[in-house]
Design a binder for this molecule. Sequence first.
Ligand SMILES: NC(=O)c1ccc[n+]([C@@H]2O[C@H](COP(=O)([O-])OP(=O)(O)OC[C@H]3O[C@@H](n4cnc5c(N)ncnc54)[C@H](O)[C@@H]3O)[C@@H](O)[C@H]2O)c1
Length: 356
Amino acid sequence: MKPVRIAIIGHGFMGHEHEKMLTKFPGIQLMGYADKDPSQLEDVTPGLKRYPSDEALINDPEVDVVLIAANNNQHHDLVLQAARAGKDVLCEKPVAMSLSELDDMEAVCKECGVKFTVHHQRRFDPDFRTAKEVYDSGTLGDVYTIKSSLYGFNGNMHDWHVYKSEGGGMLYDWGVHLLDQILWMLPGVKLKTVFADIRNVINFEVDDYFKILMRFENNISAEVELGTYYLADKVQDKWFERHWFVGGNRGTAYVDGFFPEGKIVRTSHLLENVSGKRTMTAAGPTRSFGPAPEGTIVTEPLPQVDTRHENYFENYVRAYRGEEDFLVKIPETRRVLRLMDAVRESGRTGRSIDFE
Ligand SMILES: NC(=O)c1ccc[n+]([C@@H]2O[C@H](COP(=O)([O-])OP(=O)(O)OC[C@H]3O[C@@H](n4cnc5c(N)ncnc54)[C@H](O)[C@@H]3O)[C@@H](O)[C@H]2O)c1
C-alpha cells in the first residue's frame, strides 16, 4: 500500500524525535524537513530532503502531510498555509495558543477538505495507561481522587519556552499533556469546577509551576501538579519524578515513574459504615491514622500495559487510510484549550471557575 508521505516543519528537539521514529516506520515515508534556521538542517538524515523554505516543503507535490513541529506561536499560520495548499496537517501540541486560533485552523482545514489532527502521543505513556487501566477496571471501587504530578529537579526552561509571545510556559508545554490525559481518562464526564494556582517561580514571563484542582460531575476530584524548579541534592540520573495516585473506597493505586513501578493496596478488613464504636488496633483504641490490624493489608501488582508512542503513528496510518478514526479529535483539543483558559482565569483571580 502507498505510504503516507510526511514532511516536517521544524528540526529542533521534537523534529529530531520524529526523525528517530519515522525514518523506518511502516506505512510512513518521511520526506524531509524545513527550518527557518538553516543550521538546524545540517544533521538531517542523508537521503531526506532539506527544503529551502516552509513554502517549498508545503508545495512539494510528493508530500501528503505537513507535520508542524515549530514553536507554538507558529502553529496557526503554518496550519493555514499547509491546508490552503491542499496538504493534510498534523500539528504538534499545544495545537494553538488560543481558542480563536483553533477555530480558524479548523475552519480552514474544513473548507480546504484536508485532514487535521494533533500529536498527543502521551495518551500512550505507560504510566498514564497503567493508571487508566486501574481506573477502567473498577478494581478500586468508587474512585474519589486522582493525582497526577511531575516534578523536575534543578531544571530551568530554555530558548523560546521562556517567552510568552512564543507560546512558552509549562502550562502550554506539559500542562496540555497532563490535562489531556485526565480528560481522556474520564470520557463523557462533565468537569464542573476548576481551581488553579499558577506561578513564575524563577521565570519572569511564563509559568513554571502549577497546581490544578478539578471536580468532575461523577464526584471525582483530580489534581495535576507540575514544578520545574524543585531542588534536590541526590538526583544523579533521576532528574524528574512522575507520580499517579488513584484513591477509591476499595483500594489505592500508586504508580511511580514514566515506566512505572508501584502497587495496588487493599485491605481484607474493609471499613464500611463505621459504627463509631471504639475498637482496639495495634496502636491502641481506633485512630484515623493508626496502623491497620496485623495481616489485613494486601498488596497487588499493577496491571501490565502494552503501550508505546509508536501506537500513535500506527493509529495515524490506519486512520489516514480510512480504516479507523484519528485518535485525537479536534473537539478534544478545543476542550483542553478551554480548560487551560479556565485554569489561567482561576490563577489570575484566585477563584474557582465553573466549567461545564
Ligand atoms: N508531543 C511532544 O511530546 C512534544 C515534545 C516537545 C515539543 N513538542 C512541541 O513541538 C514543537 C517544537 O518544540 P521543540 O521543543 O522541538 O522546539 P525547538 O526550539 O527545539 O525546535 C523548534 C524548531 O522550529 C524552528 N522554527 C520555528 N519557527 C519556524 C518556522 N516558522 N518555520 C520553520 N521552522 C521554524 C526553529 O528554528 C527550531 O529549529 C512545539 O510546539 C512543542 O510544544 C511536543
